[in-house]
Design a binder for this molecule. Sequence first.
Ligand SMILES: Nc1ncnc2c1ncn2[C@@H]1O[C@H](COP(=O)(O)OP(=O)(O)O)[C@@H](O)[C@H]1O
Ligand SMILES: [Mg+2]
Length: 404
Amino acid sequence: MKIRVGVLYGGKTTEHEVSIITAVQAMGFLNKDKYDVIPMYLTKENEMYTGEPLKEMDVYKETELLKRYCKNVVCYSKDGALVLQNKKGLFKRTIATVDIVIPCVHGYNMEDGNVQGMLETYGIPYTGSDIYGCTVGQDKVFQKQILEAEKVPVTKYTWFYDNEYYEDETKILENIKKVGYPVIVKPARQGSSIGIKIANNEDDVKEAIEDAIKYDDKILVEEVISNMTELNCSVLGSNSFMETSAIEQVMGKDEILSFNDKYIGSGAKKGAAKKMGASKGMVSADRVIPADIPKKLASEIEETSKRAFRALGASGVVRIDFLYDKKSKKYYVNELNTIPGCLSFYLWLPLNKEYDELLDDMINIAVKRYKKKLKKTTIFESNILSTFDGTKGTKGIKGKLRHR
Ligand SMILES: Nc1ncnc2c1ncn2[C@@H]1O[C@H](COP(=O)(O)OP(=O)(O)O)[C@@H](O)[C@H]1O
Ligand SMILES: [Mg+2]
């Protein structure tokens, strides 16, 4: 019997559409001889739909069409599998059963551990990092704090909550000045360059902060790396082994790599990625793969990527993004993407790992982790309840609670 693989994507996030692209690609590339592929699409209201039409991009252009031809389902877990059952209608039917999930979600509310927590609670295996890695991976401040502690180079930064800014703007602006203008302002837990702006002075920074606060109440302000080029490297593995992909150099048209550069850029027409048969999503940006950089720098980037992957306790496939100052020749880890756009498949092609093989590897890693976790002790024998004397009627309990 084939393994029933659920691809979970969409959801209540600003990166909803990007997630659809990642998922449709992954569904297309999963090896159909080994797997039955089951779409698990979450609408922007987090309603789950399944059905064959979801494997094609066209159905997403018209919500009405999608709702008519696909099934609205709810999930529950049974015997270690996830059952998708019709939500509407008098008679309940099992629409599909899923053995393992590939989360292809991006961004806040989804990639940040929410989805992983749900799957852990259902007790079903899933690919990629677990709750802890995903939570840290989504928060640009947590990432920096952890990477710094592991001596992985990061840019100078300061951070604050929106209420702290409104309560003591002068102090926050003072801290930003210490970082040194120009700075870049980011909502701590967004992605796809949404809400990110460069500020050259105090007036600019106030405007950028107001904008970032629209997306998040936690704000990161960091130094701008000048003469900057972006180098990305994917890591595949777990805490017991890691391998690195080819390194890509990403070229944006805008001052920072914008949403447009990432997803709508001209690179799709002429970039190296197109030659490799990929034309959507992250592969739209103009990029050079493998990056034209000295061998020594490449091996340092690979080593640092593994250290960052380990520090976050990541798993499956992750993309580590670097900022490289061409003049000072210094590099910094900018961020970790625990569910990278297109699952970074294009970075593995130069190593002769096709997308279907990458997906196989991700599934194998997930199954291993699941088996290992099953072996861990989750029961702790204790006689705490037998000695608790407040169980004789509610009176006793109330008495106990009152004295806590
Ligand atoms: N410190 C920096 N100096 C210069 N450019 C930066 C810096 N940080 C980010 N950028 C630019 O902004 C883009 C988006 O920032 P990033 O932190 O990667 O956020 P996102 O999670 O939205 O991708 C980067 O791809 C890069 O082009
Ligand atoms: Mg980024």
